[in-house]
Design a protein around this ligand. Structure first.
Ligand SMILES: [Zn+2]
Length: 96
C-alpha cells in the first residue's frame, strides 16, 4: 500500500495535479470552516471541486477529517460508561 501510494504520487499526482496549493491560506481556512459546519454551501462546493485537482488540499482535508472523527469517537466513548453503568443498575433494580 505504502509503496503504491508513493508510485502514484510520483508518477500521476506530480504530473497532473497541484501538490503545492497556490491559495493554501484560503483553502486551510475554508477547510476548517467546512469541518466546523460553518461554511456556506457555495464555499463548500468550491472546496470540493478544488480538492479534485489539488492534491495538497485533498490530503489536508482527509487528515483533518480523520482527526476530527477520532476526537469525536474518543469523546463519545468517554461518555458511554456512565450511561452504561446507570442502565445496567436500572435493569438490576427492575429485576430485583
Ligand atoms: Zn488547494
Amino acid at each position: 500500500m505504502g509503496s503504491s501510494m508513493k508510485w502514484l504520487k510520483k508518477n500521476i499526482v506530480s504530473k497532473y495535479l497541484m501538490t503545492n496549493c497556490p491559495e493554501k491560506t484560503r483553502c486551510v481556512d475554508l477547510l476548517h470552516r467546512i469541518l466546523d459546519g460553518a461554511a456556506e454551501k457555495d464555499e463548500e462546493q468550491y472546496f470540493m471541486d478544488h480538492i479534485e485537482e489539488c492534491w495538497g488540499c485533498f490530503q489536508d482535508y482527509k487528515l483533518e477529517h480523520a482527526i476530527r472523527e477520532l476526537v469525536k469517537t474518543k469523546l463519545e466513548k468517554k461518555a458511554v460508561p456512565e450511561d452504561l453503568v446507570s442502565s445496567i443498575r436500572q435493569r438490576i433494580d427492575e429485576s430485583a
